[in-house]
Design a protein around this ligand. Sequence first.
Ligand SMILES: N[C@@H](CCC(=O)N[C@@H](CS)C(=O)NCC(=O)O)C(=O)O
Length: 227
Amino acid sequence: MSRTLYDLSAADGRRFSPYCWRAKLALAHKGLDAATVPVAFTEIPAILGGGQTTVPVLDDGGRIVRDSFAIAEYLEDACPDGPSLFGGEGGRGKARLIEGWSMYALHPQISGLVLRDIWASLAPKDQDYFRTSREQRFGRTLEDIQAGREERLEAFRKSLQPIRHALTHAPYIGGKTPLFADYILFGTLQWARVASDFQLLAERDPVAVWFAGIADLYGGRGKRVME
Ligand SMILES: N[C@@H](CCC(=O)N[C@@H](CS)C(=O)NCC(=O)O)C(=O)O
């Protein structure tokens, strides 16, 4: 049975989407192979004949699943014998908390640190779309959004304190082993790491150590940013 994941790509083939990284690590966690198909922002509406608005999209032998969290839940239910992505119902709630925190607390900050760099990494056909849609969303130019980022870096690093707290008690957000909650935060930080040279994490930060450990899992899946 063929399994395909539609994965956002920069002009040079770098895969930077936070949500696609969540899905790719969820597949690897379950020991499942999937071919990834690189897509540009402007190609998303044409995926699988049309009707898609975001990636990742998983085509699992004809079963189409959209949305990274829905993909993780689908894999959990479809492969109950593989290692769990949630560790039970409470784990689903915890993963939703990390998803919400990433989306509402971290993504806006990261956008302010690297959004113009993301634009610079895109293929020309995507750059107009990205600039127009993001400038409309933020009400400012990409240049204004990213300006003065050095002054905001410390506040961003401080905002990761809840994770440092969790990592003093266990090696992963999931506890003794990584769970989908780990991949959610990994995807969020990987987004900036892949699309920009601006260093979000200080080298000795326990979050950076945890991040490197997640990137090393499954034969270094998180390091394979070009395919
Ligand atoms: N809730 C969705 C969000 C997916 C999402 O927003 N993906 C972005 C790429 S990182 C996208 O496809 N954006 C399309 C666009 O901006 O046109 C998920 O978890 O998969």
